[in-house]
Design a binder for this molecule. Sequence first.
Ligand code: ATP
Ligand code: MG
Length: 441
Amino acid sequence: MYLSRYLLPIAREAPREAEIVSHQLMLRSGMIRQQAAGIYSWLPLGLKVLRRIERIVREEQDRAGAIEILMPTIQSADLWRESGRYDAYGKEMLRIEDRHEREMLFGPTNEEMVTDIFRTYVKSYKDLPLNLYHVQWKFRDEVRPRFGVMRSREFLMKDAYSFDLDQAGARHSYNRMFVAYLRTFARLGLKAIPMRADTGPIGGDLSHEFIILASTGESEVFCHKDFLEMTTPPADVDFDDAGVLQAIVNDWTGRYAATSEMHDTAAFAALPEAEQVSARGIEVGHIFYFGTKYSAAMGARVMGPDGHEHEVHMGSYGIGPSRLVAALIEASHDEAGIVWPDAVAPFDVAILNLRSGDAGTDAACRDLYGACARAGLDPLYDDRDERAGAKFATADLIGVPWQVIVGPKGLAEGKVELKRRASGERVSLTPDEALRRVSAL
Ligand code: ATP
Ligand code: MG
């Protein structure tokens, strides 16, 4: 992309209502525009990051055996009456009436709808296990939308729903998602810690929130220091092997980790002080087994091997890709701006032309741009007629992992400068060497 042809509305300062650094940086770097309280447009740069996150989320869902569908944003109130949640959900649900005075709603979640799909098509245990997911906008009329896309009213969610014949099967499905989440967050460059969450009336130990540590997080969290060093399950883990998955989950749930709601002061205090971490955290994912709550209410039954009908055991598994954009910035920024992890950066490399209009630098930049694109990289070329200082500031602010700085002085010796955004390290190289370095990652 040539910056002169792009829409990148950089602002020198963030508006005062932006309280946390991710919100400030997303506004300053022109990633989002607020349209109403808690409702945002995604501008080109923001959308690119969101899409890269979604892609990793999808790859790991698919790897774990979940199947993608797409359910609508607008739902009928009738379905929610079947589960009893139409009245129970309260003011977070945005209720809508259509022209025929039918009651509709903007979905805050999809348990009812996916249960309806399941009961329509699946009748036998032979079709289980099944896990259906989608990536769709949700609306929750939060009392206090704040911190930009961190807690918005309209937000993107990946929500998956598992169906099993019995509780043992449901646990395997739960563990698949547990491991998929560990891999997803690690690939995003985040350390997410699974923390035991409240299961409400269902009971049991099958609910975890995945929390990343950040000083601006809304939750107070407590955990064992080992979590900061644990190794992520490999890509070739066998998701069909219940024993292997259970061992991974046991390992990741064997140490103390809890949000304030589930905190056990005595158990935490029993850890040696050097092993205690108490911090603030952001919830980026939540997985939950809820048994037959919806299948019983909505008649989702399958024929079992015993010749009897069984209500299916279900779980739901949510990740917030739009919240993750903000969470990633909270976890990775400095005074100059955002520092994107390579895996989610909006562009792979920024090419800064220090003298736009000079035939030699223009040609060198265009050559490099073409070579990057041919190497499968996504380059951003700052070809604007701007001072060098403004170009450096923009590239640092938007956090592209690599910058190639091209000026007439260096070119006279056949060299460009390659800068790594995260470390600030700069080296002088030939354009070919710079390209090889960038594409090596
Ligand atoms: P919270 O406690 O933060 O309100 P929740 O428990 O209501 O979250 P879930 O219903 O489990 O969240 O939703 C799954 C995921 O969707 C969350 O882990 C989070 O990443 C995301 N999410 C939930 N609410 C919002 C919101 N208002 N804005 C952005 N993302 C959200
Ligand atoms: Mg909520």
